[in-house]
Unconditional design. Sequence first.
Length: 151
Amino acid sequence: MEKFKKANLRIDHKNIDLEILRQAQLYYEWSYSAAEAENIRDDAKEMLEIISSRIENEIRENIESYFESKPTEAAIKNVVNNNPKVMNQRRIYNEAKAKARLLKVAEKSYEQRKDMIEAYLRREDKRRKSEVRVPVENLRNAYRKKLNEKS
């Protein structure tokens, strides 16, 4: 999650060429991190399910050591959910889930950053096209004319 906090989404308009070149690499890095985080989340969820089912099987095989009378399904689930191994794995899963969500947000932010760079370039292109441009040759001729008038 530290990496997400360090995401720099600002666009340096003075170095827009560099920003354009860096955008694809930045997007790739954040997308790759998001995909890795999703894999870690999925693995943590799978491990939670495995641990929970192993604990549940252990309880069902040794039901007398956990309950005095025949338990309900809810009572068994309660013991499983309060098992320290299950609780620890649930914490790991929840952290992985939060990290995956944050990195997905970062990935989307870099998509928006790309859109903003494109919008900036379109705006600059329109601005340049709307400027009055005097061909260099016309400027030279005007300058020569002024020099001739002074002589």
